[in-house]
Design a protein around this ligand. Structure first.
Ligand SMILES: Cc1cc2nc3c(=O)[nH]c(=O)nc-3n(C[C@H](O)[C@H](O)[C@H](O)COP(=O)(O)OP(=O)(O)OC[C@H]3O[C@@H](n4cnc5c(N)ncnc54)[C@H](O)[C@@H]3O)c2cc1C
Length: 431
């Protein structure tokens, strides 16, 4: 039986980025990826609308991860001429003066980190985007909605086709003799003593315990190192061997509305925000930490719409591909959306789906090693924007290196994302 140097569980963007960077660091490594789905990027990666942000962060840690990853993707697109469909439309956050005031500390921090943004007045927004900035009728008041006074526009952001980047990692990994098994479900990681004495009930308290490999529905796969890149499903795999990964899944929903009326197209092709003459990725403040977000996709001529809910929404994976909830749109999103964009009145989604965010303790990703098991996850809804850096950090962690080199040359201390020696700069601009 082959014993692999590294076994990676999960062929999402993070698992495949890790696989690619392991081979880049050491081409001789014998690396295998196992994935329960029939093709790559069908988990969280395939559910996301593909928003990316290079520098829309207040956390220095996020800035390092986001900037280096997006610059790498840009390099792939512009220098290697691989079309990732990157559209630099920007992110536009719309809010009232009250929220703008409370966002000032975050903006000051962004200023100090050199993050670029522009401010739009409500008149600009109403004119360029056809958004209703004065929403406060009696109904809107009873819904706790707010007028729009200010727009914060971050140009170094947009959306892309993440599946093309996933394909890049997969193909390059295979070209470097990496192996991928699709349709292969890992039921558990098998642990045992590093040194076996063949006595009953090993391992005993005096023995060092390591992972020996993983039990899959295609048989046992033996490996020296295991990387768990299974996002929402990681707790299922890790709880049973006593590793607390410190992130949990929570359902998130996406509704797709076709822009097949003139008013909806007008919003989509809004002028005055970017060179593409397209509406930015839009965010309207709702309440608490909830923003209604909307990706106006000029390629598909469709809006991808969603909003995170918090208290009352359970943690945990109930089913692999959960359906979106019709009433979440009908009585939730729709009611808010039409106040700001009456263009959506009587327009309903042609499609919808749901997935999971893997939410970490502090909103930043986790790369943690226990014995010979490296866990990566906790990407909390923005992992596409950081996946390249996370792959580099996970690969370096797996190979017991102290630092990972991010794209652009920054040396990142890998233990900074661990659970035990965590040393992160907290994000205060949470979407
Ligand atoms: C609705 C939604 C919107 C989002 N929007 C954005 C966005 O706009 N921008 C952004 O940057 N991020 C966004 N995200 C987050 C982003 O999608 C994730 O952070 C990222 O895809 C995580 O990648 P991953 O490889 O860790 O996870 P995944 O893509 O989920 O990969 C994990 C893989 O492991 C496999 N797996 C799990 N268990 C097993 C097992 N037992 N055996 C074998 N295989 C297994 C799964 O099938 C899956 O393919 C969004 C997520 C969702 C759900």
């Amino acid at each position: 039986m082959v014993k692999y140097d590294v076994l990676i569980i999960g062929a999402g963007i993070v698992g495949l980025s890790t696989a690619y960077h392991l081979k880049m660091l050491d081409p001789k490594l014998n690396v295998i990826v196992v994935e329960k789905k029939s093709s790559p990027g069908q988990g969280e990666t395939g559910k996301a609308p593909g928003g990316f942000r290079l520098d829309v962060w207040t956390s220095k840690t996020n800035l390092s991860l986001g900037r280096s990853s997006i610059m790498f993707y840009r390099h792939i697109q512009e220098d290697l001429k691989i079309d990732l469909g990157m559209k630099w439309v920007g992110y536009l956050f719309m809010m009232d003066n009250g929220l703008y005031e409370t966002a000032k500390p975050a903006l000051n921090k962004m200023d100090s980190m050199g993050v670029k943004y522009r401010i739009y007045s409500k008149e600009d927004l109403a004119r360029n985007l056809n958004v209703n900035v004065n929403v406060l009728d009696e109904e809107a008041k009873s819904m706790n909605l707010r007028n729009i006074d200010v727009g914060l526009m971050f140009p170094n952001a947009g959306y892309w086709r993440q599946e093309n980047m996933v394909k890049f990692y997969e193909m390059e990994f295979i070209r470097m003799n990496g192996k991928i098994l699709y349709n292969t479900f890992t039921s558990r990681i098998i642990t045992g003593p590093r040194i076996e004495f063949n006595i009953p009930n090993e391992p005993h308290i005096w023995q060092e315990v390591i992972a020996k490999g993983a039990l899959t529905d295609k048989g046992f796969i033996e490996a020296n190192e295991i990387v768990v890149a299974a996002s929402a499903w990681a707790p299922q795999i890790l709880d049973s061997i006593g590793i607390d990964c410190h992130f949990k899944p929570k359902k998130r929903q996406v509704f797709i509305v076709k822009a097949n009326t003139e008013p909806l197209k007008q919003v989509m092709f809004a002028k005055g925000f970017n060179k593409l003459n397209a509406a930015p990725f839009l965010f309207i403040y709702v309440r608490g930490e909830s923003w209604l977000w909307m990706k106006p996709d000029i390629g598909e001529l469709a809006y991808w719409i969603g909003c995170s809910d918090h208290l009352g929404r359970a943690y945990g994976v109930v089913e692999d591909d959960p359906p979106a909830e019709e009433n979440f749109y009908k009585y939730g999103i729709y009611q808010v959306l039409v106040k700001y964009f009456p263009q959506f009145i009587n327009v309903y989604p042609s499609n919808s789906h749901a997935g999971y965010y893997d939410i970490s303790i502090d909103g930043l990703p986790i790369v943690h090693k226990e014995s010979n098991i490296t866990v990566v996850g906790g990407t909390s809804g923005n992992g596409l924007s950081k996946a390249d850096a996370l792959g580099r950090i996970t690969a370096a962690t797996c190979l017991n290196r102290e630092y990972a080199e991010l794209y652009g040359g920054e040396k990142f201390k890998v233990s900074d994302l661990s659970i035990v020696n965590r040393n992160i700069d907290k994000e205060i601009f949470i979407i």
